[in-house]
Design a protein around this ligand. Structure first.
Ligand code: BGC
Length: 369
């Protein structure tokens, strides 16, 4: 099994923190972290703290949590971080949920490393903390992680990029550029590592060449997952590197950035490269059907929210929530027990089947075959 060690945490520091963790707070009788709220009133308050609406999945998640928690009989407090003071907003929102007595706090972190104080408060107040989609780093006070397997997402993106380029041009070498997500989101590194797990051997063998030479995650990052930042970087790469060279493919970590990259290439009047994505956003599904964006990933938000609510229900009933991975997601202090769902790669080839049971996306796929 893979181990995702949080970046930038020295091994010694981890050992020390792990020791401290052992000496604090003894069990709640249920085996998991101390202070976890299990077996609480059926109409308890559940807090859901989501990041800024940087992609459609977050917008969907908010509504699904509000409705799903209500249907399950809970009270809910669903909050989003604002677009600018994202970290401070989320910190304040989580603290407020603790004060209001939330029994479970579900968190899609704006910044993986900046919630230590808030999750500690939550645990001290007896709440259970579930990291949703994005792992929370450098703290023992996160009980569970629920997400699509994000390393697998990256691997699927790397494979799709290679397959897409090969389908267009049977023989390499292929020239590509790499983009990654926002550095404060733990997923950005996981997606990138997954993709490089597939691409690195091709790069080392010379079958794939990163035209600009920018192969380090720092060089490829997109602050705040903002489209304008990806578009600006692509504009400058096209000017610096592709005045005469052909760009065959671009690794894009999500759909918002994929469309920004395609906009930049179109603006420069260049042929469209193979571009990957993620999230099954409406405009990207249309673009795939139209033969522009090459791929996306289906991480159906409906299932992720449903699984999360199932975990909350298990806790409410006094049971251990479902987890299926207790090895992979090390947050720098502990391995967080995870409930991982399988992501699905979507290209024009399987777009019809992929969204057949999605009333919003299925109508967009007619005409794909
Ligand atoms: C999510 C992606 C999303 C990105 C930007 C990531 O943490 O896993 O699905 O595209 O955030 O919102």
């Amino acid at each position: 099994m893979r181990k995702y060690l949080a970046r930038g945490v020295a091994a010694g520091a981890i050992a020390l923190l792990a020791l401290t963790a052992c000496s604090e707070r003894s069990g709640d009788g249920g085996g998991e972290e101390a202070g976890s709220a299990k077996g609480f009133a059926a109409n308890s308050l559940i807090g859901v703290a989501l990041p800024a609406k940087t992609s459609e999945n977050w917008v969907l998640a908010g509504d699904l949590f509000t409705n799903g928690l209500k249907e399950a009989g809970f009270q809910s407090d669903v909050q989003y971080a604002g677009a600018t003071s994202t970290v401070a907003d989320q910190q304040a929102q989580i603290s407020a949920m603790v004060t209001k007595g939330a029994k479970v706090i579900v968190i899609g972190a704006t910044d993986a490393a900046q919630l230590t104080t808030q999750v500690e408060q939550a645990k001290q107040a007896g709440a259970t903390v579930i990291a949703y989609d994005r792992l929370i780093k450098n703290t023992k006070d996160v009980d569970y992680y629920v997400a699509y397997d994000n390393f697998k997402v990256g691997q699927l993106q790397g494979q799709a990029l290679l397959e897409g380029m090969k389908a267009k041009k049977p023989n390499g070498p292929y020239t590509i550029e790499l983009f990654s997500g926002s550095p404060d989101d733990n997923n950005s590194g996981v997606f990138f590592d997954g993709a490089m797990d597939v691409l690195k051997k091709e790069i080392d063998a010379g079958n794939v060449v990163v035209g600009s030479g920018q192969k380090e995650i720092k060089q490829t990052a997109t602050d705040g997952w903002k489209a304008e930042n990806a578009q600006r970087r692509m504009d400058s790469l096209l000017t610096s590197t592709y005045s005469s060279k052909t760009l065959d493919g671009v690794l894009s970590p999500n759909d918002t950035l994929a469309r920004a990259i395609l906009t930049s290439v179109k603006g420069a009047g260049k042929p469209l490269p193979v571009v990957t994505g993620q999230d099954s956003e409406v405009e990207s599904v249309k673009s795939i059907v139209a033969g522009e964006q090459y791929s996306t990933i289906n991480k159906d938000t409906r299932n992720l929210v449903k699984e999360t609510i199932e975990m909350v229900k298990a806790l409410q009933a006094g049971n251990d929530p479902k987890t299926n991975d207790t090895e992979s997601y090390n947050n720098g202090v502990k391995v967080v027990p995870a409930n991982l769902l399988e992501p699905l790669i979507v290209t024009k080839k399987n777009v019809v089947e992929a969204y057949a049971n999605d009333p919003k996306l299925a109508p967009l796929t007619t005409g794909a075959k």
